[in-house]
Ligand binder design. Structure first.
Ligand code: APR
Length: 233
């Protein structure tokens, strides 16, 4: 039977595609205080700033390409039943060919109705405050901001619980509840953590296999071992 591999990816996954991580830049995100551009308070205070910020991120994403790490993960679908749970709002996992991706923190290429959050639209151009959906509703980026609920969390927890192998990759493990997901892995699961600058908390996990490398290189290093184990465990 095919083994289950679950990947928990963070901003470091897309770093080699030229998209900046959050906390490597010293608390600033592309020159902004994170709370100004990624919180309901920031949105109420200055929606134009928030729209402009995500418009820039969307433009940047459309110019970026999946990197070696995204590609290796897509290839691993040949050997495992895979789910990728990502904190990233980009679509680089999908563009590399990964088919089963849960976006914990929303998606940059989607927007939603302010009145009816279930009404979500694909969106690849700039979002303006005057834009409306067919129902006439005003729109906001389909992003989970600080302080907001994480609707995909329950589904993600159930997926992690079932995993035979977990790869945590490119995340500082500072943002909750996402950072707590690895705690749901079974004691029998093999868990890797790939990050060139691993979060100190990782040292407290006894059986964690820490690979202090960038995403692409780290995945290249463990790929064969993982496939071999997947066949025998
Ligand atoms: N390959 C792998 N990891 C890398 C690379 C790379 N090339 N470059 C940097 N990293 C690592 C850093 O060492 C760091 O541990 O990526 C991690 C990025 O951490 P954060 O910037 O904190 O990103 P993340 O953990 O994804 O943040 C979580 O915070 O602002 C919110 O909602 C946003 O989803 C985001 C959440």
């Amino acid at each position: 039977m095919e083994k289950k591999l679950v990947v928990l990816s963070g901003a470091g996954m897309s770093a080699e595609s030229g998209i900046n991580t959050f906390r490597d830049a010293g608390g600033l995100w592309e020159g902004h205080d994170v709370m100004e551009v990624a919180s309901p308070e920031g949105w109420h205070k200055n929606p134009e700033l928030v729209l402009d910020f995500y418009n820039q991120r969307r433009k940047q994403l459309l110019e970026a390409k999946p990197n070696l790490g995204h590609q290796i993960l897509a290839d691993l679908q040949n050997d495992f039943k895979m789910t990728i749970i990502t904190q990233n709002v980009d679509d680089l996992h999908e563009r590399a060919g990964s088919q089963n991706v849960i976006h914990l923190h929303g998606e940059l290429l989607k927007v939603r109705s302010l009145q009816t959050p279930e009404l979500v639209l694909d969106w690849t151009t700039d979002l303006k405050s005057s834009d409306r959906n067919e129902q006439g509703d005003a729109l906001r980026p389909h992003i989970v901001w600080f302080g907001e609920a994480v609707p995909e969390m329950e589904r993600a927890i159930n997926v992690v619980k079932e995993a035979d192998f977990v790869i945590v990759i490119g995340t500082s493990l500072q943002v909750y509840p996402a950072a707590s997901l690895m705690d749901y892995a079974s004691d029998l699961a093999v868990v890797y953590y790939i990050d060139p600058n691993p979060a100190p908390v990782a040292a407290t996990y006894q059986h964690l296999k820490i690979i202090p490398e960038k995403a692409g290189r780290g995945l290249q290093m463990i790929k064969e071992e993982l496939i071999n184990w997947g066949q025998i465990v």
